[in-house]
Design a binder for this molecule. Structure first.
Ligand code: 0JX
Ligand code: SF4
Length: 328
């Protein structure tokens, strides 16, 4: 430490940062972003992407600069030989059907763990079961899951009150599936209510809330009670990121905020703190975590400690059309 750094350290209040691990990118997000990058490499620009590939503006803007063109619906894509990639969140069946009818070169970057939920729902439907879908209305993953089956196949359950009130036609032929990025605690409560009301309820063999959602919520809960404030790096339209902020608040950290970029931090919220928790949603790149910690380091004498609650080694291979020999 040179003299000016010593002066700096003395002038700044100390801040202990507890950095949650795991945090940030999950295997489904890595695969989806790599799919767009690889499509650009193999087929050149433009590559069309339906919906934000993952819910993060920084990621989207970076891919735009490289030649990706983002649309919300297929009717915004011209008749083209260029690839059209579906986002990690999944799409209703009507979307690949329309792409096939238009002979578009569709590449599906839906996370395999979302596709697993689609498959479960299809099996229940074939077996004549009505399906309760626990999730958030209007979220693209929920729209995609509902769109796997004909109208009326699902009833959406958003709250414990709805779990208590739902009146399925045939309670003996009933199943549930869930969105992958829900609150573990809220979902456990809703499932407990449904189980008690409908003993014949068919359940997923392996939970639908994915490993990444589970691990990031557990990691944030481990640090939240120990810090004065907590930052979740992520976007407001990112369900899993919002759930991390909520989980931190419920675990005892009253000052828990979702932040996209350092420039938007409201510093009045952090006056007088001595400890800070930091985590990131599954769609938030690590470079933004670093940007935010650097912004705190301009105002505080920061020391960083990583708190690891579990190790992850999940990896999903790219969609087939993008594997190395695909364009030959
Ligand atoms: O809003 P979500 O959490 O579903 O999506 P996001 O933030 O893009 O995270 C990655 C994709 C997750 C799909 O399950
Ligand atoms: Fe897949 Fe889970 Fe990541 Fe969603 S959060 S993309 S389900 S691994």
């Amino acid at each position: 430490m040179d003299a000016s750094e010593k002066l700096d350290a003395a002038a700044k209040p100390p801040l202990k940062v507890l950095l949650a691990a795991p945090r940030g990118f999950c295997a489904g997000v890595v695969r989806a972003i790599d799919a767009v990058e690889q499509a650009l490499k193999l087929y050149g620009a433009p590559v069309y992407v339906r919906h934000e590939i993952v819910h993060n503006k920084y990621v989207v803007e970076d891919l735009k600069r490289k030649g990706a063109v983002f649309v919300e619906e297929l009717d915004e894509v011209p008749d083209t030989a260029a690839p059209v990639i579906f986002s990690a969140h999944g799409v209703p069946k009507a979307v690949p059907d329309e792409a096939a009818a238009r002979k578009l070169f569709a590449i599906d970057a839906t996370c395999p763990l979302v596709t697993k939920v689609h498959r479960e729902a299809q099996v229940h439907f074939r077996k004549g079961r009505h399906i309760l879908l626990i999730g958030h209305q209007g979220h693209p993953e929920v729209v995609g899951t509902i769109g796997q089956l004909p109208d009326g196949a699902f009833t959406l359950i958003e709250t414990a009150a709805e779990a208590r009130a739902v009146m399925p036609r045939d309670p003996e032929n009933l199943a549930y599936v869930t969105q992958t990025t829900l609150s573990l605690d809220d979902t456990a409560e809703m499932v407990a209510i449904l189980r008690e009301r409908f003993p014949a309820l068919c359940e997923p063999h392996k939970e639908d809330i994915c490993y990444a959602t589970t691990n990031r919520q557990e990691a944030v809960k481990a640090i939240a009670p120990k810090v004065d404030a907590l930052v979740v790096v992520g976007a407001p339209n990112s369900s899993n990121s919002q759930r991390l902020r909520e989980a931190a608040e419920r675990a005892g950290c009253a000052r828990a905020v979702l932040v996209q970029r350092a420039a938007e931090i409201d510093w009045t919220m952090f006056s007088g703190i001595a400890s800070l928790g930091v985590t990131a949603g599954a769609s938030a790149p690590e470079v933004l975590v670093e940007e935010i910690i650097d912004a705190f380091a301009e105002r505080f004498a920061v020391t960083v400690e990583t708190v690891t609650s579990t190790e992850e080694d999940v990896f999903f291979p790219l969609p087939r059309a993008l594997r190395p020999d695909a364009a030959e």
